[in-house]
Ligand binder design. Structure first.
Ligand code: FPP
Length: 263
């Protein structure tokens, strides 16, 4: 995505500003999460437990994505952001990396196209240039063909890292300072937010990580400052819409204070 200049209106911001308050502006009591972000972990272990190669688990995980997207409207989730491949995942074996890339290509070509008809708007975040050209073209195309959809906003993070995203944003800001587009004296939290890949999205209300690991692994570092976290033991391929609904039910009892106190 090209970086937005401070004098530009970010695409989609009006829709988000009108209807989706940022986490810090939301009601103090969590009733339902408008934006849920998911670290889909555990595919490898799920496959190994069945004596299968890791990619078998990734394929099962990909199937689960569709079910979870479909469950969103009934659960009041308007924005779903999923972590599909991190800037650190290149360290995996060549077989696994190329298998995942080919899975993304096939997924975009087949299953996600069905979601187009269901009113799902798809966006991708992450550093695109390192990806294969064919995959980039498919990602661009899917964003384009779903741009009028509003039922669910699905954001897929591929070659995404929170630190990388902030570094790229700062680099773009520095370029704009150099060319006189941005006055450094005006820079505040909102300015940086407008240079991030996620600039058109509200902050996540809830971040779910499956598979029993309790860490955030460089996911939405800036955006999750006030997110609630749910670390659950379920492996991603077993994350059914019922498990999702249970997470949402627990979220409804969270006491969100955003650094304040309850009146
Ligand atoms: C982490 O599990 C999962 C990934 C690095 C890949 C996530 C990808 C998918 C769920 C598949 C496809 C998604 C789309 C959008 C098509 P892991 O492999 O680290 O599991 P482990 O910790 O058990 O080894």
């Amino acid at each position: 995505m090209p970086a937005m200049r401070p004098d530009q209106t970010p695409e989609g911001t009006a829709e988000h500003a009108d209807t989706q308050p940022s986490a810090a502006q939301s009601e103090l009591t969590a009733e339902h999460a408008t934006h849920v972000a998911v670290i889909m972990d555990g595919n490898g272990r799920w496959a190994q437990a069945r004596g299968k190669p890791r990619l078998f688990g990734h394929h099962a995980g990909a199937k689960r994505v569709k079910e979870i997207v479909r469950a969103c409207p009934d659960l009041g989730v308007k924005y779903l952001t999923i972590f599909a491949f991190s800037t650190e995942n290149w360290k995996r074996t060549q077989t696994e990396v190329s298998g995942l890339m080919s899975l993304f290509r096939r997924y975009i070509q087949s299953e996600l196209k069905g979601l187009v008809a269901e009113g799902v708007r798809v966006r991708f975040i992450g550093d695109r240039p390192r990806l294969d050209k064919k995959l980039i073209a498919l990602m661009d195309d899917l964003e384009e063909v779903t741009r009028e959809n509003t039922k669910v906003h699905l954001t897929i993070a591929i070659n995404y890292g929170g630190r990388d995203e902030v570094s790229r944003a700062i680099k773009e800001m520095a370029r704009d300072v150099k060319t006189g587009v941005l006055d450094p004296e005006t820079v505040d939290e909102t300015t940086l937010t407008r240079y991030l890949d996620t600039r058109v999205l509200p902050d996540p209300d809830l971040v779910i990580r499956t598979s029993g690991e309790a860490r955030i692994s460089n996911f939405l570092l800036w955006q999750s400052a006030y997110s609630e976290y749910e670390f659950i033991d379920t492996l991603w391929p077993d994350f059914t819409s019922e498990v999702f609904a249970d997470c949402m039910a627990r979220f409804a009892h969270r006491d969100r204070r955003f650094g304040g106190v309850k009146s």
